[in-house]
Write a protein that binds this ligand. Structure first.
Ligand code: 4G3
Length: 232
C-alpha cells in the first residue's frame, strides 16, 4: 500500500515516517510512504502558494494552481485504486471502521491544508473525501495525516511484528486491552497479578477477558452500547 502526503511542510512528517514500525515497514517495502512539497508546484515567480480570501477576512487561503497540479502529478504516478483525502475539521470522523475501509485502497493521497484553509474549488475538483481525526482544530493537517497513515499502515500484512498483534489489541471486538506487566515482579510495592506468573494459559486468558470487559465498562461504556460492527 502506498501513502502520498501532500504538504507545505514535509519536514514536519519525514521524522515520523522514518521512525519505529512505519519507518521499518517503509524500508522493507511493505508500504511506501512519501511526502510531496506542494510549493514545488507553484508557477508564481515569488513561489507563493496562498493569497488573501475573496470577500475579505483574516488569514490566507491556499491557492488552486499549486495544489491541484500537485494532486494531479502525484495521482499520475500511481497505479491501482486511489482515494484523495483532505484532512479537515469538517470531515467525517476517523475511527477503526474508517481505517479498515481505507486499507482496501492501493493508494491514499492525503492533502494537508494550512492557514485558514484551501480554496473550495480544490475540494470540488480533486478531493474524494474530507476526514477529521477529532473535534479540534490544528495549525495544519500534517499531524492529522500522520495519524491516518499510522493507523492504516499498521493493518497492512507484515507491518506489525506478528499478525495477531492488531487483531488482539484494543477496540478489536469492541473491548479495551487488558492490563500488561513486565519485570520487575514488584515495583514500589505494587505486585504483578499472581495469575500472570503461574503459566496457566487458560486461566490467564480468562483473567484477561474479565479485565478487558471490566475496564471497558469503567472507562468506555459507550463501546459496549454501540453496534459492535461499528468498531470492526
Ligand atoms: C482549518 C484537520 C484548519 C480549516 C486539519 C484546515 C484539524 C484537523 C485546517 C482547514 C486541521 C482534524 C488545518 N485541523 N481535526 N487543520 O482532523 O481546511
Amino acid at each position: 500500500m502506498r501513502f502520498e502526503v501532500l504538504t507545505l511542510f514535509p519536514e514536519m512528517l519525514t521524522g515520523v515516517f522514518e521512525s519505529s514500525i512505519i519507518g521499518r515497514a517503509n524500508q522493507a517495502g511493505l508500504i511506501s510512504v512519501a511526502c510531496t512539497d506542494i510549493r514545488s508546484f507553484t508557477k508564481d515567480k515569488h513561489r507563493r502558494v496562498d493569497d488573501t480570501p475573496y470577500g475579505g477576512g483574516y488569514g490566507m487561503v491556499m491557492q488552486c494552481q499549486p495544489v491541484v497540479d500537485c494532486i494531479r502529478a502525484v495521482k499520475a504516478s500511481l497505479t491501482g485504486s486511489t482515494r484523495v483525502i483532505y484532512m479537515s475539521p469538517q470531515g467525517r470522523l476517523f475511527d477503526n471502521k474508517v481505517v479498515k475501509e481505507l486499507a482496501s485502497y492501493d493508494n491514499l493521497v492525503l492533502l494537508c491544508g494550512h492557514y485558514e484553509g484551501i480554496d473550495e474549488r480544490i475540494i470540488e475538483l480533486e478531493v474524494d473525501e474530507e476526514l477529521s481525526v477529532g473535534n479540534y482544530v490544528l495549525t495544519g493537517g500534517e499531524l492529522a495525516a500522520a495519524i491516518v497513515v499510522d493507523a492504516v499502515a499498521r493493518t497492512v500484512e507484515g507491518v506489525l511484528p506478528a499478525n495477531e498483534c492488531f487483531e488482539d489489541e484494543s477496540l478489536e471486538g469492541g473491548l479495551l486491552e487488558y492490563p500488561q506487566y513486565t519485570r520487575p515482579r514488584v515495583f514500589e510495592g505494587l505486585e504483578v497479578p499472581e495469575v500472570l506468573l503461574g503459566g496457566n494459559h487458560a486461566l490467564i486468558a480468562k483473567w484477561r477477558a474479565e479485565r478487558s470487559l471490566e475496564r471497558t465498562v469503567k472507562k468506555r461504556p459507550d463501546l459496549l452500547k454501540k453496534d459492535t460492527e461499528d468498531e470492526k
